[in-house]
Design a protein around this ligand. Structure first.
Ligand code: UDP
Length: 325
């Protein structure tokens, strides 16, 4: 049988965009997802789904016995920063320990490549912006630490075994498939653009701004919002890079442009034409003030070429998806 790409978390927000992009690139995908937040319907027809945990070595091994795996793209994880502050052990299990099991399975079966979803949260409160990959990693919350540990595991494993990896440090992923086939569907999503479009569509009674006393021009936090379709394209680029025999790499995925929470809300109001209520609240636990990527390595090393580098486009696609949900 031809080799497959194992997509963990393939029923989730980013993973579902990934399986569509893999299909478009004529790659064969197989999905593992525990469906804790993912949706079966998000997986395109023809892509097999195995429901279970990547932390269950027997289960992962069975999937790998059925499908020869040429690479793993590992999305399955918990992703809510404040949640990681209140439930750190869940994050260290789901994000760190389960990834260790998955990587162990990859080594046992001789899987040559892993693309790992890391995060800008590994940088903590960087003292410079934009953030280059060479800046120190000093995460300020359990979420960032749970992901950074996996980067370390991958680094050590790649030195000891014939496996290469790309750790992609995502900045703030948002938007939806431009063709409207999938999008962010988690019922209790907490991410800013999702919440703001829900407020615009009357699914919420407005939005809370968590902190207006940060050392930024308008006092709200600044983030680098990257379109989910550009993000998954970076994974295809990373696969191509690793298959070409290039060394393991850690690189940021963002547009090198920052927007404040208040600016994002203004864009959502403008694009939707709805002036929803905005409440200025206190800070949320674990939020750094400014996170903006340097993306030189993604562009030069992986050959990443963003196509949707525009906040209005991201918001337009997020709104279109939210409308049809
Ligand atoms: N945020 C906000 N209101 C919300 C959701 C998020 O003010 O309802 C802020 C949050 O405090 C942070 C920024 O928006 O400063 C981005 O948060 P998000 O949860 O989208 O992503 P994170 O950067 O935490 O991964």
């Amino acid at each position: 049988m031809e080799s497959h790409i194992l997509v963990t978390g393939g029923a989730g927000y980013i993973g579902s965009h990934m399986t569509l992009a893999l299909q478009a690139a004529s790659e064969r995908a197989v999905v593992i997802d525990d469906l804790s937040t993912g949706r079966r319907e998000a997986i395109p027809a023809g892509v097999p789904l195995f429901q279970g945990s990547v932390g269950d070595a027997g289960f992962v091994g069975d999937v790998m016995d059925r499908y020869p795996i040429g690479a793993i793209i590992h999305f399955a994880a918990s992703i809510v920063v404040p949640d990681s502050v209140t439930h750190p052990l869940d994050y260290y299990r789901n994000n760190t320990a389960n990834a260790r099991t998955l990587i162990d399975c990859a080594v046992q079966r001789g899987v040559p490549h892993v693309v790992f979803s890391s995060t800008a949260a590994v940088y903590g409160e960087p003292d410079r912006t934009p953030i280059g990959e060479n800046l120190p990693t000093q995460p300020i919350n359990p979420y960032g630490r749970s992901k950074l540990m996996v980067e370390w595991i991958l680094g050590d494993v790649a030195r000891a075994h014939p496996l290469s990896y790309a750790a992609l440090r995502y900045f703030n992923v948002a938007g939806a498939d431009p063709e409207g086939r999938t999008g962010q569907s988690t019922p209790n999503a907490t991410h800013l653009i999702k919440i703001a479009v829900q407020a615009a569509l009357g699914k919420r009674d407005g939005i809370d701004v968590f902190g207006t006393d940060y050392p930024t021009p308008d006092g709200s936090c600044i983030r680098d919002y990257v379109h989910v379709s550009d993000l998954v394209a970076a994974h295809l680029d990373a696969l191509r890079y690793l298959r070409a025999g290039q060394p393991s790499i850690t690189c940021n995925i963002g547009y090198a442009a920052g927007y404040s929470v208040l600016e994002v809300i203004e864009v959502v109001k403008r694009v939707s034409g709805v002036d929803f209520p905005v409440r200025l609240e206190g800070r949320r636990a674990g939020d750094p003030a400014v996170l903006v990527a340097s993306n030189d390595s993604a562009k030069t090393q992986l050959g990443w070429t963003p196509r949707y580098d525009d906040l209005e486009t991201i918001v337009r696609h997020a709104l279109a998806w939210e409308r049809q949900l």
